[in-house]
Design a binder for this molecule. Structure first.
Ligand SMILES: [Zn+2]
Length: 106
């Protein structure tokens, strides 16, 4: 039985910038790549699959992949902005709660 509970992934997901653009960030070397994707990685853009970091890196510079990243940015721009706004509201409310609990304690 496999008791390894560390997170293993097989589907690639790009990172996202604060401005809502997506970018590729691969594990730094083949060992880290295999650690993260032990059964190989699959790219959602056109189902490209590989166990090789360097091959995947070449894939990320192909036109289909670049277009996929752009499409993601367009598709998720609004929801991401809403999430960021909600995060900001949550942070402000957290501060208010901390301020009030300080007042109550003192
Ligand atoms: Zn891709």
């Amino acid at each position: 039985m496999n008791n390894d509970l560390s997170i293993k992934e097989d589907t690639y997901s790009p990172r996202i910038n604060n401005d809502g653009t997506y970018f590729d960030k691969l594990p730094p070397n083949q060992k880290a790549f295999t650690g993260k994707y032990p059964g190989g990685v699959k790219c959602p853009c056109k189902g490209y699959q590989t166990t090789s970091r360097s091959k995947f890196k070449s894939h990320t510079i192909c036109k289909t992949h670049k277009m996929w990243l752009e499409e993601l940015a367009i598709k998720y721009k609004e929801p991401i902005k809403k999430i960021k706004d909600l995060e900001e509201i949550a942070k402000q409310q957290q501060k208010i709660i901390v301020n009030y609990s300080n007042i109550i304690e003192n």
